[in-house]
Design a protein around this ligand. Sequence first.
Ligand code: ADP
Ligand code: ADP
Length: 224
Amino acid sequence: MALQITNLSKTYPNGVQALKNVTLTIPKGMYGLLGPNGAGKSTLMRILATLQEPDSGSAHLSDIDVVNQKEEVRKTLGYLPQEFGVYPKASAESLLDYFAVLKGITNRASRKEVVEALLRQTNLWEVRKQKLGGFSGGMRQRFGVAVALLGNPKLLIVDEPTAGLDPAERVRFLNLLSELGENSVVILSTHIVEDVSELCTNMAIINKGQILLEAQPLQAVAAL
Ligand code: ADP
Ligand code: ADP
């Protein structure tokens, strides 16, 4: 299980070239995509999440063609977008259950099991009956991870997840992510060096749509 990205390019109608020939090999584990605002991170994340199409280039998750086999990828994809909106009046438990139905987990008993396991894993079990509108930023992000993990994705994409979190919530959130990298490809996009240096095993730096460096975080941070 690995993600191979080859020569991906994307230019928006306004002429902004968001990605220029991006080539990356992303192995199993936690992978950091580090870059400043406007670097092209979200564009790349949305293409990998099959929400946007590149102008050219390809991406393969093992033998699945991410650009052309969208249905196949979606079966095994978890995506936590930058702005994760939730219905504020729903409880964590009821909304997760609802998303589980959408994900195709229709059997009531197995759904109950899956929902409970995810709420426990994301440390939300105690607050499962509370309304999402009252959740802190960190709780909401952890809820987003629970949703993204429905159906055991082999590819998990999290786009700038720590941006609005206070330090304690940030640590909690990163610890949660670090538990997930063992069996899947987890891509964390961020502009915060520490997010990457603290928990990613591999990383790339992107700026102005181009990959500047691929490395293991310790080497890369030393080179900065
Ligand atoms: P990021 O924090 O990833 O840079 P942005 O704030 O740039 O995100 O983008 C937020 C949303 O606005 C995204 O859906 C993005 O596609 C869209 N967007 C960003 N820049 C432009 C632009 N120049 N013209 C139109 N839409 C844009
Ligand atoms: P990042 O996530 O690293 O902040 P983005 O992928 O959001 O970067 O944006 C890369 C570049 O593309 C930026 O210059 C941004 O303004 C531009 N951009 C993003 N989305 C759109 C869009 N929908 N239309 C036009 N330009 C966009």
